[in-house]
Design a binder for this molecule. Structure first.
Ligand SMILES: [Zn+2]
Ligand SMILES: [Zn+2]
Length: 140
């Protein structure tokens, strides 16, 4: 198979979304092999994920500050970022658990997300900015 964009080159990877052949130049635009068509959708999805994290974070942070009557509640703003990082490493298993199990699962995940959120937030934001920048160059 040849690269979809460069007919003269051999494909060294396949687009992870649609399976188009990509040469080594085309496959390394961002960290996953993805073609230009799928990249714009991928970026759109990542942008809405980022927006969701920021909005949920602000609501949590401001809400907790009001409930605690203390500005340290703002620290909860990084929970969604920690949560996302945890979701990326926990296998997607849907266990049949009693409701108590789910409450415990969410409580533990929330605490862990709070503990790692301050690290996850700058890393996540940095990665997002990086792929948005890279994608901008390719998609222009
Ligand atoms: Zn594709
Ligand atoms: Zn190519």
């Amino acid at each position: 198979m040849n690269c979809f964009y460069h007919e003269e080159r051999n494909a060294s990877a396949l687009c992870q979304v649609c399976g188009k052949g990509l040469c080594s130049d085309c496959a390394t635009v961002i960290s996953i092999p993805i073609c230009k068509e799928c990249l714009s959708e991928h970026i759109y999805g990542e942008k809405s994920k980022m927006l969701k994290c920021i909005v949920v974070g602000l609501i949590l942070g401001i809400g907790c500050s009001i409930i605690m009557k203390n500005l340290s509640g703002l620290l909860f703003a990084w929970v969604p970022f920690g949560w996302m990082a945890l979701s990326a490493i926990t296998p997607k298993v849907f266990l049949v658990m009693p409701i108590v199990g789910w409450i415990a699962y969410f409580a533990i995940k929330f605490v862990l997300a709070f503990l790692i959120g301050w690290v996850a937030l700058p890393i996540k934001l940095y990665r997002w900015m990086r792929i948005f920048n890279l994608a901008k160059k390719v998609l222009e």
